[in-house]
Design a protein around this ligand. Structure first.
Ligand code: NDP
Ligand code: 2IT
Length: 446
């Protein structure tokens, strides 16, 4: 049964944001956990903090026309959702994927507000993107698209205003083209984007940060149980940035990753993905931009077309592809097969029904806004290094990343511990909420 205040809030959210189902899902997940806390702290209810957090401060929507290699004119839509700036400038990634629409970016921007607050760094929340599909496009087409996208976005962002980064479909190549165009238009070399190349303002460990951070977070969850990742069989979905560095860190900690996927299917390598095979994946996905099926052909392992890896028996699962990629039935299979922990590298990869299955089974379930916050945390470090005009060593950034993942875990314990069990969803949502809510109270009704 939904709490009457949650029901009331959701009625208004659905009415004001028709058809934006992912946004409704993200708000409801937070509201269910935060409303009981707000009832005990009426100052937040009186100031309508949750209602205000669920309304973007600003939404920018724009046309992105560009010319393809055949000389044809293409038209895409660009967005930037500036969700909340109570604790710092808007910060969050840009997604290029054909499924992008306003509701998807509002869900991601909303999640980002809580995630960025949990990092302990001074960053507000935002997200942007386009329905442009980089798949199958030439480098020149991607460059022309990025230049045209930035030709509008540049007037809305800045190193003290709004600092975009990568997400699905936006990696080092795209950040380079976006940065080049921003610099040309503004005639300024500033840290306006994160995820930049190492030689031009990027931070060491930023590419690794989301995957590494997620593994560090799972390590902490297991530590509470007196357990570790050593020897654990792990299923990983996706084969992009987050999945690749999740696998790399798992290998270094003595775990055994056995799956990877893309939108076509998944590979199951019973012998384990090792360092050499991972090198093949780096090349396949980041340079050749091929399909994960080629891994199965190269290393003679199983490939399942059109399927997701959750049917494979594992100790720990790392969903690292996209939203709603673990449903109730898949969550049940994972639990039945003995899965003891889930670390969400992706944003909102588990449906609400799936989350219920994990929590009822009392396994360690680390929601994305806590578990994958390492990426944006190191983006925060990239901003600091840009402001200082110097760069930290690999060891220093990695140590700071580990400290932040520990601090996030602590906040989850502080607000989510219920006897022997830790409800990381409640912990992360309340932990993320308090700092933003207090800042909004202090800053008045703006
Ligand atoms: P990439 O573009 O590098 O990789 C995405 C991977 O997920 C690809 O393997 C892709 O397969 C797969 N994928 C994407 N969409 C779908 C879909 N609809 N169905 C099935 N598979 C899909 O993105 P990232 O690794 O950066 O991002 C992965 C997830 O992690 C996202 O949820 C993102 O929001 C989240 N995240 C990313 C951070 C970062 O720093 N990059 C930080 C925090 C969270 P295909 O190539 O076939 O599309
Ligand atoms: O979802 C996310 O946290 C990201 N895509 C990274 C955002 C960032 O600003 O580094």
């Amino acid at each position: 049964m939904l709490h009457p205040k949650v029901k009331q809030l959701m009625k208004s959210i659905v009415q004001k944001n028709p058809g934006e189902v992912e946004f409704h899902q993200a708000v409801q997940e937070v509201a269910e956990r935060v409303v009981p806390f707000i009832e005990k702290n009426p100052k937040y209810a009186e100031a309508k903090i949750l209602e205000r957090i669920a309304e973007p401060e600003r939404v920018i929507m724009f046309r992105v026309p560009w010319v393809d290699d055949k000389g044809g004119i293409q038209v895409n839509r660009g967005f930037r959702v500036e969700m909340n700036s109570a604790i710092g400038p808007y910060k969050g990634g840009i997604r290029f994927h054909p499924t992008v629409y306003l509701g998807l970016l509002k869900f991601l921007a909303f999640e980002q507000v809580f995630k960025n607050s949990l990092t302990t760094l001074p960053m507000g929340g935002g997200k942007g993107g386009s329905d442009f599909d980089p798949k199958g496009k030439s480098d020149n087409e991607v460059m022309r698209f990025c230049q045209n996208f930035m030709s509008e976005l540049f007037r809305h962002i800045g190193p003290d205003t709004d600092i975009p980064a990568g997400d699905i479909g936006v990696g080092g190549r795209e950040i380079g083209y976006l940065f080049g165009q921003y610099k040309k238009l503004r005639n300024e070399f500033t840290g306006v984007l994160t995820g930049k190349g190492l030689g031009w303002g990027g931070s060491l460990i930023r590419p690794e940060a989301t995957g590494y951070g997620c593994v560090y977070f799972v390590q902490e969850m297991l530590k509470v149980k007196g357990d570790s990742l050593k020897g654990k069989v792990c299923t990983v979905s996706g084969s992009g940035n987050v999945a690749q560095y999740t696998v790399e860190k798992l290998l270094r900690l003595g775990a055994k990753p056995v799956t990877l996927s893309d939108s076509n299917g998944y590979i199951y390598d019973e012998t384990g993905v090792d360092e050499k095979k991972l090198d093949f994946v780096f090349e396949l996905k980041n340079v050749k931009r091929g399909r994960i099926k080629e891994y199965a052909e190269k290393f003679d392992c199983k490939y399942f077309e059109g399927k997701r890896p959750w049917e494979v028996k594992c100790d720990v699962a790392f969903p690292s592809a996209t939203q709603n990629e673990i449903n109730e039935a898949e969550a049940k299979i994972l639990v039945k097969n003995g899965c003891i922990a889930v670390g969400e590298g992706a944003n909102m990869p588990t449906t609400p029904e799936g989350i219920r299955v994990f929590q009822e089974a009392k396994i360690c379930y680390g929601p994305g806004k806590a578990a994958n916050a390492g990426g944006v945390a190191v983006s925060g470090f990239e901003m600091s290094q840009n402001s200082l005009r110097l760069s930290w060593t690999r060891e220093e950034v990695d140590k700071r990343l580990q400290d932040i993942m520990l601090a996030i875990h602590e906040q989850c314990l502080q607000y989510g511990k219920e006897g022997d069990y830790v409800d990381y969803v409640t912990g992360a949502n309340i932990g993320g909420f308090v700092k933003v809510a207090d800042a909004m109270l202090a800053q008045g009704v703006v």
